[in-house]
Structure formats: structure tokens, C-alpha cells
Ligand binder design. Sequence first.
Ligand SMILES: Nc1ncnc2c1ncn2[C@@H]1O[C@H](COP(=O)(O)OP(=O)(O)OP(=O)(O)O)[C@@H](O)[C@H]1O
Ligand SMILES: [Mg+2]
Length: 151
Amino acid sequence: MVITTRSETQTVALGRRLGRLLKGWDVVCLYGNLGSGKTTLVRGLASGAGSKNHVTSPTFALARLYRAGRRTIYHLDLYRVAADQTRDIGLEEFVSDPRGICVVEWPKVGEVYYPKDRLVVKLDHVRGGRRLKFAAKGPRSREIIRRLEVA
Ligand SMILES: Nc1ncnc2c1ncn2[C@@H]1O[C@H](COP(=O)(O)OP(=O)(O)OP(=O)(O)O)[C@@H](O)[C@H]1O
Ligand SMILES: [Mg+2]
């Protein structure tokens, strides 16, 4: 599925729709260049999942945790993480928390840790906005996309 957003507000709104569909154990990988809208999407996602926490880029912190009712949103940014440092971050625990929703910017270096069935979003700059391509890697992520299409 491909969606083009024409403003930051539209990207936040899309994230909110996505966040409403997520539940524990879901993993969302956000690929895309600097400024392509990953953190912006997470802002909506966290709000849609029920969090009132303020979302900011975790680039320096590597991971931020938001409370969303009984659930925890793990917001990661692996931009500054080298391949041989991924063991130190806690990725294993984050993705195995049954009440955890894991959202990862610059997910490449952590790929061995994610479940096969994860939602992959590729964000690109296009004229007038951002293009977001959603791809499923299994039945659960397929279900999320199917529901996002009608949400
Ligand atoms: N359609 C759009 N969707 C999202 N952001 C947009 C859009 N149009 C313009 N912008 C702007 O682009 C920027 C996106 O920044 P954001 O921090 O979300 O990117 P990012 O992908 O997380 O970058 P980084 O790789 O540095 O973490 C914001 O300043 C936002 O206002
Ligand atoms: Mg970011």
C-alpha cells in the first residue's frame, strides 16, 4: 500500500490511524532518509495507540519509552548504532515484551532481532510531501495494512 501525505499534519494523522491498530508484540520498521518523516509518523502513532507522552527523536538516547495504557511503546533510532553495538541496546527485550509496541527508525542494523512478521514502512521525499510505502512480512502485518486501508 502506498500513501502520499501533503503535510506534516497529514503524516501525523496517518500515524494516528496506524497507532490505533497496533497491539503488543507488533514491530514497525521505518526506513527512509533524514527528514523523510519517521519521527513525525511516530508522533501520531504514539497518540493513536493511546499515549499522552511527548514524542521526540531518540537519536541520541537511542530508545524512548512511552506509556500507552497497559502497553509500552519502544521508540528506537539506530542511526548512530554500529552493527556490533546492537546487543547493548536491549532490542531483544523490547521485541519480546508481549505488551510492547516496537517502532524503529533506521532499523537496518537491528534486523536480526526483529520478528519475521513485522510491518515495514519506507518513507521518501516526493514533490509536495512524503510517500509512505507499507509492506507486510507475514499474516499479522498483512492484517494491519488491510485494516489501515479501510481506517
Ligand atoms: N508530508 C510530510 N510528512 C512529514 N514531514 C513533513 C512533510 N512535509 C514536510 N515535512 C517536514 O519534514 C520533517 C520530517 O522530520 P522527521 O524528524 O519526522 O524526519 P525523520 O525521518 O525522523 O528524520 P531523521 O532520520 O533525522 O530521524 C519535519 O520538519 C516536517 O515538518
Ligand atoms: Mg527521526
